[in-house]
Design a protein around this ligand. Structure first.
Ligand SMILES: *Cc1c(COP(=O)(O)O)cnc(C)c1O
Length: 359
């Protein structure tokens, strides 16, 4: 059995059914099938339809597969940003997207906020040709962007393309997909799967944007261009030989999550997050990093540790519990705890008991 006690915010503990699904995949020769076969097309179709149900994704959205979320950053730049974009930058992941946009010689601007906080978006102005990149859950700091603020921008700037990084908050977060244009994640975080698969959800406006760049004589890249991904997805296929096993496992785990019930999954996430924040708040050595309560992530809980995080990480490790260190400059002062569907209430209780014994 794989360890259920890895609370690092990705890769993390795998969902409890994954091992069985890998065995069944081998019985069905999934790792060896052709990606042009009817067996693959039905796996693709099953994966997409389960994801649509689980996420509440409208029919007009395309579901596309890539190698990672990092790849999707690059594909969004190539296909959906002509020159201007605005990026909420409040931690390492949001900063990296901003930086790649500069590397592509676009003209991104950063809407900056200190780590652990969010920028004020209400008074911000956007032009019609911009793309706004927001991060629903900044995994490096445990800050979560309230989506209502994004929807309010949608009403004020209906032409603005809006891209949402939901890598470490799906499938927990319910997004109103009508109010944004593209959302993406990779599977080794909230889906509890082995790494190596990114999922890119896009509406037709993104597709139109890519086609308009082509018609202006601009390059949208070749590998995984949006029109090529969409064209193949309409036939339940991919342009290249994809991560077939990853797509199969995602189909199965999405089904397991549907069987458990997405509402149950959300309530459990909130319950476990409540337990963790309560523990951090009342612990002599811990303190939640994010001060503003409504910004605190439900899926990645970050706490500052008095006297440094290493002794805490080591003491937990000795009990078979692995939590993440702080990210970047917070490495030795913070811990990060993933609270994904793969982490049961019982496992979270074990972790909390161990934290309380540290004193
Ligand atoms: C992990 C992560 C990424 C990058 O995902 P990869 O699958 O490693 O490319 C991007 N954004 C956020 C918020 C993440 O947590």
């Amino acid at each position: 059995m794989p360890s259920p006690n890895i609370f690092v915010p990705g890769p993390s503990s795998v969902f409890h059914t994954v091992e069985d699904h890998i065995r069944s995949a081998f019985r069905k020769d999934v790792p060896s099938i052709s990606h042009r076969s009817s067996q693959f097309k039905s796996i693709f179709e099953e994966c997409v339809s389960n994801l649509r149900l689980l996420l509440g994704l409208p029919d007009h959205y395309h579901v596309l597969f890539t190698g990672s979320a990092t790849e999707i950053w690059e594909r969004i730049i190539q296909n959906c940003i002509e020159s201007r974009s605005a990026h909420v930058v409040n931690g390492s992941f949001s900063h990296r997207f901003f930086e790649i946009t500069q590397e592509y010689h676009r003209q991104p601007r950063a809407l900056r906020a200190a780590e652990g906080t969010l920028p004020e978006l209400e008074g911000e102005d956007f032009s019609a040709d911009e793309l706004l990149a927001v991060i629903h859950n900044e995994t490096s700091t445990g800050v979560s962007q309230p989506l209502e603020e994004i929807y309010a921008l949608r009403r004020r700037f209906p032409q603005l393309l809006i891209a949402v990084d939901a890598v470490s908050s799906l499938p927990y977060v319910q997004i109103d997909y009508h109010q944004v244009d593209t959302v993406y994640f990779s599977v080794q975080k909230g889906f509890g799967l082995p790494a190596g698969l990114g999922v890119w959800l896009v509406n037709e406006r993104c597709h139109e944007k890519a086609k308009s760049l082509v018609s202006k004589g601009l390059s949208i890249g070749s590998y995984h261009s949006l029109p090529s991904l969409i064209g193949q997805a309409e036939k339940n296929q991919t342009p290249e030989t994809p991560n077939v096993l990853g797509i199969y496992l995602l189909a199965k785990v999405a089904q397991d999550m549907l069987d458990r019930g997405v509402e149950t999954l959300r309530k459990e996430t909130e319950f476990k997050a409540g337990m963790l924040y309560y523990t951090a708040q009342n612990h002599p050595k811990l303190r939640p990093f994010v001060q503003t309560e409504k910004w605190r992530s439900k899926t990645v809980i970050v706490a500052e540790v008095e006297d440094g995080s290493t002794p805490v990480i080591d003491a937990l490790k000795a009990k078979g519990l692995t939590v993440g260190a702080g990210y970047g400059s917070f490495k030795s002062s913070q811990i990060r705890i993933a609270n994904f569907p793969a982490h049961s209430k019982e496992q979270m209780q074990l972790l909390i008991d161990a934290l309380n014994e540290l004193n």
